[in-house]
Design a protein around this ligand. Structure first.
Ligand code: SDX
Length: 429
């Protein structure tokens, strides 16, 4: 019997089936051979929330949740965070190799010259209420870009795809900054092409009446590192949304808007904002034990803790803690840091969290750092969406180029009524 196989005995019929095992998986479609009679549809797998289902083959991001390993295209995340810029890592995620100097220069030039937004976008933004959540504004405005670039629907044209990808990477910070300026009632700031990606984002956020915005280099570098850490994370909820919407051949603006909508949920990218609300609710270090007790009684969740894949410390959280210290040197320590450190200290010693393998994830410290930089909590998930755009687009492109992929359409287990007699309305109770 060949080694890489699985033999299944169907005790309903006594029949045996031998299925090939490839990359630690069996093909779900192979289970359809397992029938009780020729009319039987055959077996399916039932896997709510895809806890144990691989939806694709990917070469972009590798995670080992037990060992706390995260690599982009084979490079460990801490090495990339230490030596690269975000746009350099974006090139790596998309093209599969680190760029040489001339490739990086033309890549950065291209992105820089796609930071402007069509003037109609400003009018579109004006339609939002002054207190509209920046994430909802970002999702809507990214979708609206589809109306400005109708050529984006040619998703099978590689050159067209690359143009839309550059547009999205270039324009995300501009849209994010506009949503912030709209919230605070300040005039929009146009991009400054002499600035780096993070510096220009800071310029569009925080420039007031000075002739030229001067970004604090420590804050700019910390933002760039945060962007690197958030760039991709294999088949997370929002990437799954990107692949599913993209599989129907929607254009990349609409697919990216769907992915950003998924990211906005408090269990996903919205967690960093919820962490700050949680720390505000706790109020002081002294209140941490009582709060932990409440969580252990099942009253809520420790936001920024736990992960579907990491059952060890999220490697990104470690790097964020290091970057936060650099930022606090400039901004002064965020008072909430003490509460977060105490929360982490107690949780990592408590059986409830240890047994469930709950460790701080990427969102636990990022919010504290963003707040120290001057961002309001409502902007935190927007700061996640900006860098994750390249991850979504690299995964979208990999899906389009994968000959095994087609429109995503899961099956279901039917638990509803069998056929019923129709009751005319006059006879209904
Ligand atoms: C991100 O997928 C990705 O890669 C995401 C991400 C990315 O880069 O794209 O890494 C970004 O989304 C990080 C996660 C941010 N979310 C949060 O911090 C919200 C709080 N954490 C969770 O709600 C939870 O941990 C999830 C959603 C992240 C993971 O949930 P799972 O894998 O579905 O785990 P589960 O809900 O089945 O929980 C298993 C057990 C349960 O207890 P029991 O029912 O077995 O008794 O652990 C408990 C849960 O109640 N649990 C928590 C908890 N997270 C899980 N208990 C308290 N606090 C928590 N945070």
């Amino acid at each position: 019997m060949p080694q890489d196989t699985l033999t299944i005995t169907d005790n309903r019929t006594g029949h045996n089936y031998t299925l090939p095992v490839e990359n630690g998986t069996i093909r779900a479609m192979d289970l359809r051979k397992i029938k009780t009679d020729p009319e039987d549809f055959g077996l399916m797998t039932y896997d709510p929330a895809f806890m144990n289902t691989a939806s694709c083959r990917s070469a972009i991001t590798f995670i080992d949740g037990d060992k706390g390993i995260l690599r982009y295209r084979g490079y460990p995340i801490d090495v990339l965070a230490q030596h690269c810029t975000y746009l350099e890592v974006a090139y790596l995620l998309l093209f599969g190799e680190l760029p040489n100097a001339s490739q990086l220069k033309s890549w950065v030039d291209d992105i820089t010259h796609h930071t402007m937004l069509h003037e109609t976008t400003k009018k579109f933004m004006e339609g939002f209420r002054y207190n509209a959540h920046p994430m909802a504004m970002l999702v809507s405005t990214v979708a609206a870009l589809s109306t400005i670039y109708p050529d984006a629907k040619n998703v099978h044209d590689p050159a067209n795809r690359l143009l839309q990808i550059k547009r999205l990477i270039g324009k995300m910070p501009s849209i994010a900054a506009m949503s912030y300026r709209h919230n605070v009632g300040f005039p929009y700031i146009y991009p400054d092409n002499e600035l780096s990606y993070p510096e220009n984002f800071m310029n569009m956020l925080w420039k007031m009446v000075e002739p030229k915005y001067l970004a604090n280099p420590v804050i700019a570098r910390a933002l760039d590192i945060l962007f690197i850490l958030h760039a991709d994370h294999e088949q997370n909820c929002s990437t799954n949304a990107m692949r599913a919407v993209g599989s129907s051949q929607s254009d990349p603006f609409l697919a990216t808007a769907a992915a950003a909508a998924a990211l906005s949920g408090p269990l996903h990218g919205g967690a960093n904002e919820e962490v700050l609300h949680m720390l505000d609710e706790i109020g002081s270090k002294d209140n941490v034990p009582a709060y932990i007790k409440k969580i252990k009684e099942g009253k809520g969740r420790l936001m920024g803790f736990g992960h579907r894949v990491y059952k060890n410390y999220d490697p990104r959280a470690k790097i964020i803690k290091w970057a936060a210290d650099q930022v606090f040197e400039v901004t002064g320590r965020n008072t909430k840091l003490e509460i977060a450190l105490e929360l982490e200290r107690i949780a990592l010693e408590d059986d409830y969290f240890v047994q469930r393998k709950l460790y701080p994830n990427v969102d636990f410290y990022s919010g504290i750092m963003y707040q120290a930089m001057g961002f309001k909590p409502e902007m935190f998930t927007v700061l996640f969406a900006i860098p994750r755009t390249i991850g979504w687009l690299a995964q979208w492109q990999e899906m389009l180029n994968d000959p095994e992929q087609k429109i995503a359409r899961p099956r279901q287990v039917w638990i509803g009524h069998e056929t019923r007699e129709f009751t005319p309305i006059e006879k209904r109770k």
